[in-house]
Design a binder for this molecule. Structure first.
Ligand code: NAX
Length: 335
């Protein structure tokens, strides 16, 4: 029989954790041939919720699920792990300054980075979901000097999927026919959802939009005034309509991200926040969202895309925010 793979999920007693666990245990992330052991990490006040989820996992009798353990010690939770989904984070409380938020999260992602460094498997892959996700990934990576920096990523796949979800009805095309959308920059309202290189069933999306909306200018207006803000502010829209933040869609995106990272992308690229190698002028070492393909188990930034003046400006705006966050955590000695 195949040796089970260890997966660590932090914040496992929270909402996204609850949406993630059952799909991961059913094989949606690593496929039907990979048995898994789940390590659930919580803080003391979340332990009962995680333990309850563990009982329910037992009651599902998933054939691929070999073991579930619940921990409040990061060192124990990350020991031997190959896949770490860092969901638990400190939310922004009313009246909290950004510096306080970054410091609180530094207190979480620093020690978790150290625990990954100390005990994770050699092939560990980390995706940070907890916000501010890009900078939390930077902090964790900085505390794991023995783990290659490219093993630390942050989730922008939800933004990517939200963009696909907006384009499909706008072009009256099945969502599965759309390729090569990009989310650039930070997982925040400054992100740049970019359709300049996207295609639907092989045809360029900008031209399809122009044909449907009555010209190039109308298409541009729709992209700038409707599509981009709708995607960038979708989290707030979900809260407004649902009365609670995105949960199942966030869990789904985290699963998509890990599955593609392990099994590869086919037929075009996706979006993920990865450590910059300087591509597209994004300063090295920032964790920024790029167009990426997963090849042989590694993310590769898609090279050579042309960015017009508008795109360059949008990317630069989001990167400036990432630089600010990095400088703030540097000043706090968190990296
Ligand atoms: P919940 O508050 O329901 O759950 C968070 C859980 O994390 C809690 O059970 C808490 O006890 C636990 N936790 C806190 N600190 C921890 C630590 N040091 N170690 C282990 N567990 C810890 O929030 P939920 O709705 O699940 O959202 C989790 C995070 O995802 C938030 O930071 C949220 O902002 C972020 N999101 C990120 C998204 C993305 O696309 N990157 C989208 C969805 C979501 O907003």
């Amino acid at each position: 029989s195949v040796t089970p793979v260890t997966i660590t999920i932090t914040g496992a007693g929270g909402q996204i954790g609850y949406a993630l666990l059952f799909r991961v245990a059913s094989g949606a992330m690593l496929g039907p041939d990979t048995p898994v052991r789940l390590n659930l990490l919580e803080i003391p006040q979340g332990l009962r919720a995680a333990e309850g989820a563990a009982l329910e996992l037992q009651d599902c009798a998933f054939p691929l699920l070999h073991q579930v353990e619940v921990y409040d010690d990061p060192k124990a939770a990350f020991r031997g792990t190959s896949h770490a989904l860092l969901v638990g984070a400190r939310p922004r409380a009313a009246g909290m300054e950004r510096g306080d938020l970054l410091a609180a999260n530094g207190g979480i992602f620093g020690p978790q980075g150290e625990a990954i460094n100390a005990g994770a498997a050699d092939d560990v892959r980390v995706v940070v979901v907890g916000n501010p996700a890009n900078t939390n990934a930077l902090i964790a990576s900085a505390h794991a000097p023995d783990v290659p920096a490219d093993r630390f990523t942050a989730l922008t796949r939800l933004d990517h999927n939200r963009a696909l979800g907006q384009l499909a009805p706008a072009m009256d095309t099945p969502v599965g026919d759309i390729r090569n959308v990009t989310i650039w920059g930070n997982h925040s309202a400054t992100q740049f959802p970019d359709v300049a290189h996207a295609t639907a069933a092989g045809d360029p999306v900008p031209a399809l939009l122009a044909a449907r909306l009555g010209g190039v200018d109308a298409a541009r207006e729709w992209i700038v005034d409707e599509f981009i803000p709708r995607v960038a502010k979708r989290g707030a829209e979900i809260i407004e309509v649902r009365g609670s933040s995105s949960v199942a869609s966030a869990a789904n995106a985290a699963i998509d991200h890990m599955r593609d990272w392990v099994h590869g992308t086919t037929g075009g690229w996706t979006s993920a926040a990865v450590v910059s190698d300087g591509s597209y002028g994004v300063p090295e070492d920032l964790v920024s969202s790029f167009p990426v393909e997963s090849v042989d188990g590694s993310w590769r930034i898609v090279q050579g895309l042309s960015l017009d003046a508008f795109a360059q400006h949008r990317l630069a705006t989001s990167v400036a925010e990432l630089v600010d966050e990095r400088d703030a955590v540097r000043a706090l000695d968190l990296i």
